[in-house]
Design a binder for this molecule. Structure first.
Ligand SMILES: O=P(O)(O)OC[C@@]1(O)O[C@H](CO)[C@@H](O)[C@@H]1O
Ligand SMILES: [Mn+2]
Length: 448
């Protein structure tokens, strides 16, 4: 019997497996991230004093106290506790916790090292938000902003090279054949794929900016793409079968700074080549997984590109701003993206978002956390198909662009995962490998 039929829903990755990547993340990297958040608040004490007077200092002190308590709960594997900030999503989080407690039939068993890794890691970022929210006037302070901004400024050489490439292609778009357009699409798609390496969660906040010319490094990275469904993406966007051209693309964003630039460049190419008519970008409604894009990051990045004195970067930035003004591009930040749910629960937990995505011709999911949520962050056999692991999540044709940073990978040829594990035990968490993985329940040419 093929792996697919036999695939029951396997257990979730969790830190209860000592030595696993989940375990090392909860034990080491998450506390490190929390410590860096506390340090950031300490370092900005004078700023809070200047801006808010002694109220700001008191708020900074109380926030640090809450974050230190959170870190202690995590490091001593205390039970996960309900949120108390009364934010609109708090009720959803607390119902989610209640459900886990019922499943475990024991309140104590819902804890950092015993519960699903996906849940507790998302919960940590929501508790950071709670600590700030409970302490006005610093409630909307982005504790990760410094890291995201620095990462952007350090990747300017790479941004220059990429925007120059984009302008060169734009100049000759009229005379490019469909095959040549496809080759440029593949290149920019892979730049967006590898832009996902620049993630400040995997580096626990250490500099992880793009230092090299992303286009030049594509050929050396090619062998590390384990699944490449770029042709299926292209067919979905350009074939006559789907509704009349040009179409709507949705990009579920991941990290800010250079990765965001690669996503904007890919979207710009598809618009000016006349392949899509509308792009909807989906970001996070509060600071998330250190470097994920918020509305502030999205608009700051475009304003920053407009203001640079590099002619091609500013030309791109001006065009991107005009796309936003004309409604060709739009930014959305549904609360679902900062909940702990696996995406197979979206239709029930966020029917409005699921319905919105059903209007898309292609939904691109960037990064590792989105891949973990697509597949439920479970111990799937590597040969189980991507479609099986989605467990019915299929609002539209979709594609995951992910560098591997967690011990979950599906849709490989039988034996491929095992061979990689025998030579490189950390192949799923080193971000050295990547996938461009497509699924559509309606596309005739892609049977799953
Ligand atoms: O989603 P991204 O930015 O590609 O990666 C997020 C990440 O760095 O955080 C989690 C581990 O802490 C993993 O999902 C992954 O390693
Ligand atoms: Mn991220």
């Amino acid at each position: 019997m093929a792996a697919d039929q036999a695939a029951q829903v396997p257990p979730s990755l969790s830190a209860k497996v000592v030595g696993s990547f989940a375990y090392l993340t909860v034990k080491d990297r998450m506390p490190t991230i929390l410590t860096k958040v506390i340090d950031t608040l300490h370092r900005n004490k004078d700023k809070f004093l200047e801006e808010y007077g002694k109220e700001g200092i008191e708020a900074e002190k109380q926030t640090i106290a809450l974050l230190s308590k959170l870190r202690n709960e995590m490091q001593t594997d205390k039970p996960v506790v309900p949120l108390t900030d009364g934010l609109p999503d708090a009720e959803i989080w607390n119902r989610y916790l209640q459900r886990h407690r019922q499943v475990e039939e024991d309140q104590e068993a819902v804890s950092w090292f015993k519960s699903p890794w996906l849940y507790v890691e998302c919960y940590m970022y929501r508790r950071i938000q709670e600590a700030l929210w409970l302490n006005p006037p610093i409630s909307d302070y982005d504790v990760f902003n410094e890291g995201k901004t620095l990462s952007f400024l350090e990747s300017q050489q790479a941004v220059m090279a990429l925007c120059t490439y984009l302008e060169e292609v734009k100049k000759k778009t009229e005379e490019l054949s469909k095959k040549e357009l496809f080759l440029h699409f593949k290149k920019l798609l892979q730049v967006s794929l590898w832009g996902n390496k620049c993630d400040l969660s995997i580096s626990a906040g250490k500099d992880n900016s793009q230092k090299t010319d992303a286009i030049d490094s594509l050929s050396s990275l090619q062998p590390f793409i384990l699944v490449d469904d770029s042709d299926l993406m292209w067919s979905t966007l350009t074939s006559a079968e789907t509704q009349g051209p040009p179409r709507r693309l949705d990009i579920v964003l991941d990290n800010a700074s250079f990765e965001l630039i690669t996503d904007l460049v890919l979207a710009d190419f598809l618009v000016y080549a006349g392949i899509v008519r509308e792009v909807r970008f989906h970001g996070k409604s509060f600071p998330w997984f250190v470097s994920d894009v918020t509305a502030n990051d999205f608009h700051w990045t475009i304003k920053q590109t407009m203001a640079t004195n590099h002619r091609w970067i500013s030309k791109c930035g001006v065009r991107w701003q005009s796309y936003l003004k004309e409604g060709v591009w739009s930014y959305h930040d549904h609360p679902f993206w900062t909940l702990p749910h696996e995406f197979c629960e979206m239709a029930a937990a966020a029917p409005d978002l699921y319905a919105a995505l059903q209007g898309s011709d292609l939904v691109v999911f960037k990064g590792d956390l989105n891949y973990r949520k697509l597949t439920g962050d479970r111990y799937w056999d590597h040969a189980v198909s991507f479609g099986t692991s989605l467990r019915g999540f299929s609002p539209a044709p979709l594609c995951a662009l992910r560098t591997l940073k967690a011990n979950i990978q599906v849709g490989l040829q039988p034996g491929r995962g095992e061979r990689l594990s025998s030579v490189e035990p950390d192949w799923m968490s080193s971000s050295k490998y990547a996938v461009i993985q497509f699924h559509s329940s309606t596309t005739p040419w892609q049977q799953d």
